[in-house]
Design a protein around this ligand. Structure first.
Ligand code: HEC
Ligand code: HEC
Length: 193
């Protein structure tokens, strides 16, 4: 009995974390139907309906799938999203990520880009659109959401090789200032033609 339990626990540890590239190809049309479960909080097009939920329309499919896998496997935790993700299969994660990724996020910056948070612009740009496929958009994310994530990286509740050390050095005042910058950007999300 004890040997069996030890083997089971060891198996879980050895299995390692699933990643987006291990998933089957996603079908955006099938994903649109799954997005019916997401729309109260994220909208059908990925424009968030509540301040604690992020805009996810136009984010790269790989980033979205990785976050859903992290919620499902407990590497990222949230009382709502952990429950939602627990019920999604690999195929459903690939499909719903493909649906939200099949949108275009267009940010409009009213402020002077020279005032943008300098430690962030190399990856998140002044207008909050990520420079590469693994960098999420921050444009128009609520300051509540951005603050929550930066504090989660700082405390170790959410872990990422790039963001954890960056957040570790931020004061509460910097977190508030940077969150307000990205909060104030206008965002439009449209399905791609
Ligand atoms: C009841 C509200 C609710 C529902 C329904 C919901 N979400 Fe979420 N979602 C949230 C909240 C709140 C967060 C932020 C979690 C946090 O603070 O870490 C989030 C975060 C996410 C993230 C992380 C995005 C990022 O920028 O890191 C993804 C991806 C996501 N949700 C996808 C989905 C999908 C796909 C569905 C439907 C299958 C869904 N959510 C349903 C509330 C919801
Ligand atoms: C070297 C590139 C890089 C720099 C510089 C950087 N980030 Fe990030 N950021 C990332 C990556 C990559 C992720 C995705 C982390 C993950 O996959 O969990 C991320 C994620 C985030 C998230 C979570 C977004 C979401 O949708 O959940 C926030 C908030 C964030 N960064 C804010 C900042 C702020 C504020 C700064 C400046 C102090 C900054 N970042 C600097 C690369 C960077």
């Amino acid at each position: 009995m004890r040997a069996a339990l030890t083997r089971a626990a060891g198996g879980v540890l050895l299995a390692g974390a699933a990643a987006a590239q291990d998933l089957p190809p996603g079908d955006p049309e099938a994903g649109r139907r799954i997005a019916g479960q997401c729309r109260t909080c994220h909208g059908i097009d990925g424009y968030a309906q509540i301040p604690i939920a992020p805009h996810i329309g136009g984010e790269p499919a790989g980033y979205l799938a990785d976050q859903l896998l992290a919620f499902r496997e407990g590497r990222r935790e949230h009382e709502m999203m952990s429950v939602v993700a627990a019920n999604l299969s690999d195929q459903q994660i690939a499909d719903v990520a493909a649906w939200y990724a099949a949108h275009e996020a267009v940010a409009t910056l009213a402020a002077d880009p020279a005032d943008a948070p300098q430690p962030c612009v190399a990856c998140h740009r002044a207008d909050g659109i990520g420079v590469t496929e693994d960098v999420p958009n921050l444009a128009a994310e609520s300051n509540i959401y951005i603050e929550t994530q930066l504090k989660a990286f700082r405390s170790g509740k959410r872990v990422h090789e790039v963001m954890s050390p960056i957040a570790a050095d931020l004061s509460d005042a910097e977190i508030r200032e940077f969150a307000d910058w990205y909060n104030d950007i206008a965002l439009d999300i449209q399905p791609m033609e």
